[in-house]
Design a binder for this molecule. Structure first.
Ligand code: ATP
Length: 305
């Protein structure tokens, strides 16, 4: 396997005696989208900003394409693209001007195609402060990728974006990944991590609580499929109805919810029972365990430890 593009080894960061990141290690290979997940304050931004050379580690080593971000200076800015947080650009900067400025810094021709690509073609003359929050984030992504960086570092890239803009950004990230860009993505959006990330790590209070592909993490959990059933006469609501492979059940509004380890026999038994009761089925939903379920399991287990 190729050498990892991003290497994090025993990385530690302490803020005035408070250990924000406590010796974490992970590798990201070329063309991967690596998702960093974790509750507020877990240490995601600290990790990303240290890889961007903005914070100095208090222990361990960080490398991007073999380069130490704390020493690289200009060499690092050629290697990485960073989606700047809102308000990072001067208010009076016009959209097209910002793109020309960033491209001049990198010594390349302006990438006006990217302005169109993120849906800001008709806002090219608008000043930064005149853009909506979502438009500012889209511009920030266009600027981050203009110089074709080997590594793209994104901190909650789609927070506050409307549905269409989010889909557009996901498509752009997938295209960059297909072209070989390595992406490190911190997000609170579990659906986003499931859709985009090849692997994820869940950070909890500065340590990695779990890591793997989204599917591996989901499979390693309690693994219960949720079967929600609503019927006309609510015969399932009566105490004492027991079905195979159900490890627990609960009520949610008019629905009885079963958590099943083997959904086929559970659903068959529920339907047979309703036939005997002459209670017509109104709605039946089957939901596989999601990354969000697993995330909540891990973070709430960790919080009570
Ligand atoms: P969020 O999801 O809320 O963005 P995060 O996972 O990105 O959180 P960080 O911003 O990395 O978390 O913060 C990790 C911890 O370090 C938090 O407890 C935070 O209060 C603390 N911290 C971050 N920056 C500083 C700083 N400059 N000085 C002191 N403490 C800090």
């Amino acid at each position: 396997m190729d050498a990892p593009v991003i290497q994090v080894r025993e990385f530690r960061k302490v803020y005035r005696g408070f250990v924000a990141v406590d010796g974490i290690s992970f590798d990201v290979h070329r063309g991967e989208v690596f998702g960093l997940l974790g509750p507020n304050g877990a240490g995601k931004t600290t990790t990303l900003e240290s890889l961007e050379g903005l914070r100095r580690p208090d222990g361990g080593t960080l490398r991007i394409a073999g380069v130490d971000p704390t020493r690289a200076g200009r060499r690092l800015s050629a290697l990485i693209g960073v989606q700047l947080q809102a308000s990072a650009l001067p208010d009076s900067f016009r959209v097209g001007e910002a793109m020309r400025f960033f491209c001049a810094y990198h010594g390349i021709a302006p990438r006006m195609d990217l302005i169109d690509r993120v849906g800001l073609g008709d806002r090219s003359a608008a000043q930064y402060h005149e853009l909506s929050g979502g438009q500012q984030r889209r511009l920030a992504l266009a600027l981050a990728v203009a110089h074709d960086p080997a590594v793209l570092i994104l901190d909650e890239p789609t927070s506050g974006l409307d549905v269409a803009s989010r889909a557009m950004l996901h498509e752009l990230i997938r295209e960059l990944q297909a072209a070989g860009t390595t992406v490190l993505l911190a997000t609170h959006d579990m659906a986003e991590a499931s859709e985009l990330a090849t692997r994820v790590a869940i950070l909890l209070r500065g340590a990695i609580a779990a890591t793997g592909t989204p599917l591996e993490l989901t499979a390693a959990g309690e693994g219960l499929t949720r079967v929600s059933v609503r019927t006309e006469r609510d015969s399932l609501g009566r105490p004492g109805t027991v079905f195979p492979f159900v490890s627990r059940s609960s009520r949610l509004g008019d629905y009885t919810v079963y958590f099943s380890t083997d959904v086929g026999p559970t659903v068959s038994a529920v339907i047979a029972y309703l036939a005997v009761q002459s209670d017509p089925l109104v709605d039946l939903r089957v939901e596989r365990p999601s990354l969000e379920d697993r995330f909540l399991e891990i973070t709430t287990e960790g919080a009570t430890r």
